[in-house]
Structures are given as structure tokens and as C-alpha cells.
Design a protein around this ligand. Structure first.
Ligand SMILES: [Ca+2]
Length: 130
């Protein structure tokens, strides 16, 4: 989460599912105007809300939250895993994971784009965010 002024403090973070149930806590750290929230492993194919308690700056404190969809294999960010995602991952086979785009192709997060990533995308073909 990036703000328009330096962040002086940030409290703990929580992750809730679409129904509002707490599903995880998360660590926060500060880097200039940004609060970095590091999420633990969370089941995919769902929408979650990440909230941070007590983000403070020179003008006071707020409790920001963001909603995001988690869908492993949706390399193109279309909110569904399609043939285009599988083709994009196949096109990245063997290439270095050196960008956000390529990180989206490394589905098993082992630092390489391999046939295992293509297989993982194929296994999720047709899955869409609710
Ligand atoms: Ca991989």
C-alpha cells in the first residue's frame, strides 16, 4: 500500500475472506511511503480483503484496506484461467523470472518457468474468480 507521504508506523495486518471471516494475519514493514504486507500462503480462487491497523503519517493515522482476487494461473489478469494464460506461460518456458510479468508465470514459485508451471495452469483451466 503506497501513500502520499512517508509512513511513520504501521500495525498488524489481517486477511478476511469474502464472507468477512478472518483467514490469516500478515506481517507489515515500512519502506518510505509504502507499507509492505507480506501474506502467508492463502488458498487461491477467492477474493480477500487485506486490512492494516494504524498506518501513521505526519497528518494522523488511518486503517486502510484493499480487496484483491487470488487466482493461480491467471497470468493475464482476466479473472479466469484460459488457454491464453497457458500459452503465455509456455512462451516463457526457460526464461528468467526477472519481472512481475514473469513471476506470474512461475506458478509454483520455485524461481524457474518450467513444464510444471504449464501443467499447473492446465490443471486450473476454466477456473474463475467468484
Ligand atoms: Ca516454476
Amino acid at each position: 500500500m503506497t501513500f502520499n507521504q512517508p509512513v511513520l508506523a504501521a500495525g498488524s495486518a489481517s486477511v478476511r475472506d469474502a464472507g468477512g471471516a478472518l483467514i490469516a494475519s500478515a506481517e507489515t514493514s515500512i519502506a518510505g511511503n509504502t507499507v509492505v504486507v507480506t501474506l502467508a500462503a492463502i488458498a487461491g480462487s477467492q477474493r480477500v480483503t487485506v486490512a492494516v491497523n494504524g498506518v501513521s503519517g505526519a497528518n494522523g493515522s488511518i486503517n486502510p484496506q484493499v480487496s484483491l482476487g487470488l487466482l493461480v494461473g491467471d497470468a493475464g489478469n482476466s479473472r479466469a484461467v484460459t488457454a491464453a494464460d497457458i500459452a503465455a506461460i509456455k512462451a516463457s518456458l526457460g526464461l528468467p523470472v526477472n519481472s512481475v510479468l514473469r513471476a506470474r508465470h512461475d506458478l509454483n514459485a520455485d524461481g524457474e518457468i518450467t513444464a510444471a508451471d504449464v501443467s499447473a495452469a492446465r490443471a486450473r483451466s476454466g477456473v474463475a474468480l467468484p
